[in-house]
Ligand binder design. Structure first.
Ligand code: GUN
Ligand code: ZN
Length: 431
């Protein structure tokens, strides 16, 4: 039995903020505390209230004046692309063929995968990301390395062996049958081991034959509780080629729908260039549109249409998409998302952004009963944030008087330096 009491300012979301002043959507304690017992949050509230419930003599870790929040969640990231970030390309398909499909071949090697699993989780945690949904490579061994390391660190991680059986180098392709068999094996070996969650992961329509999407659909039917992740409508040339490969589909979204993959478990990375029909279909299915702002700007893919997606009732998430994305930091990612929405004439309130990176992303993963909030009963994945992390931030903070201003400053100027402490299942992580 381990127990400790974390004291500081605490912020946790109850629902998606409907306006910048929607105070009913969150709980903010200026002198708050969290009681953490056996890896879980067992009480939250004001320090006075929580301290009165704590066992006598409990260890108190005083983080005042820093801000405690639920660990950040990155619902779209590529584990084998740490050495792809910052690759110079004109567009998505050139970037994939020139750099990404070359680099991912190295994950055929178990030692390489193991090395990068360590580096990957180090980097996520340094940036305050305590849960991610990652694409591994096509090799089952890359998923083994990913989940082995996640379990060793007691992290709640989602991941999947990528299914891809065409339009990629031979060393990076499986077959419809082997992708089915390997995914089955990854599920049997890893789903529910420690805090691990396996996702069915057909990379995207271009790299899957109809037979492989059929196999992915079969997996989805056989494992209805599992998340599914893929890419959708990121780039104009990608969309055109997809429609050539699947001429019978009404549109790109319909490709996935035809194989039973458009469900409320589906995470659709990018989802930028969508018709009203597609948004309607995605909304009806309850699938999630995952905004990857740094990637969309870096690859010149386009501007996520958050306002229209919300009008259609589409569930949303926000993610880094490393290595198309250019930062591991969800704070940097929120900043870029804000700027994209500025260009779209849609001003994003800071509280909505922080809701999205925590509770909102947890809801997108169907994991809000475990992560994304500071509510009692949640796993104690907690970060401690500092809005004065750099000299320039500290100077700007001299004029900040509200929580909204502080959050906005931290997303605009902050990065990993604002992440001062991280707890995973109640245990402090050495950053
Ligand atoms: N579409 C298919 N694969 C990928 C990938 O690895 N990154 C991005 N950004 N888009 C993709
Ligand atoms: Zn991606």
């Amino acid at each position: 039995m381990t127990a400790r009491l974390l004291r500081g300012r605490t912020l946790s979301f109850k629902s998606r903020p409907q306006a910048r002043d929607d105070e009913a959507s969150y709980i903010y304690e200026t002198d708050g505390a969290l009681l953490v017992e056996n890896g879980m949050i067992t009480a939250a509230g004001s320090y006075a209230e929580v301290a009165s419930k704590a066992p006598a003599g409990i260890e108190v870790i005083d983080h005042r004046p820093l801000l405690l929040m639920a660990g950040l969640i990155d619902p779209h990231i590529h584990f084998p692309q740490m050495q792809v970030t910052a690759s110079y390309a004109a567009n998505l398909l050139e970037w994939l063929n020139t750099y990404t499909f070359v680099e991912e071949q190295r994950f055929a090697d178990a030692a390489h995968s193991a090395r990068f699993a360590t580096l990957f989780f180090d980097e996520l945690l340094r940036h305050g990301t305590t849960t991610a949904a990652a694409y591994c490579s096509v090799h089952k061994g890359s998923a083994d390395a990913y989940f082995t390391e996640a379990q060793r660190r007691n992290l709640l991680m989602v991941g999947g062996k990528v299914m891809m059986d065409r339009n990629a180098p031979e060393a990076l392709t499986d077959t419809a049958q082997s992708s089915y068999d390997d995914t089955k094996a990854v599920i049997a070996d890893w789903h529910g081991k420690g805090r691990n969650h396996v996702a069915i992961t057909p990379r995207f329509a271009i790299t899957s034959t109809p037979a492989q999407l059929e196999a992915a659909g079969t997996l989805a039917r056989e494992h209805p509780g599992l998340l599914i992740q893929t890419h959708l409508s990121e780039n104009d040339a990608e969309i055109a080629y997809t429609l050539e490969l699947y001429p019978e589909a009404k549109d790109y979204t319909d490709v996935y729908a035809r194989y039973g993959l458009l469900t409320d478990k589906m995470l659709l990375g990018h989802a930028i260039h969508l018709s009203d029909r597609e948004m309607h279909a995605i909304s009806e299915a309850g699938s999630v549109a995952v905004h990857c702002p740094t990637s969309n700007l870096f690859l010149g893919s386009g501007l996520f249409d958050l306002k229209r997606l919300k009008q259609h009732g589409v569930r949303t998430a926000i993610a880094t998409d490393i290595g198309g994305g250019s930062s591991y930091s969800l704070l940097r990612t929120l900043d870029e998302a804000y700027k994209i929405q500025q260009l779209r004439g849609h001003r994003l309130p800071p509280i909505e952004s922080y809701w999205q990176a925590t509770r909102g992303n947890a809801e997108a993963l169907g994991l809000v009963d475990r992560i994304g909030t500071l509510e009692p009963g949640s796993d104690a994945d907690i970060i401690v944030l500092d809005a004065c992390a750099t000299p320039a931030m500290a100077i700007r903070m001299e004029t900040v008087t509200t929580l909204e201003e502080e959050l906005f400053l931290m997303q605009t100027m902050g990065d990993d330096r604002s992440v001062r402490h991280v707890y995973v299942a109640g245990e402090a992580v050495h950053l």
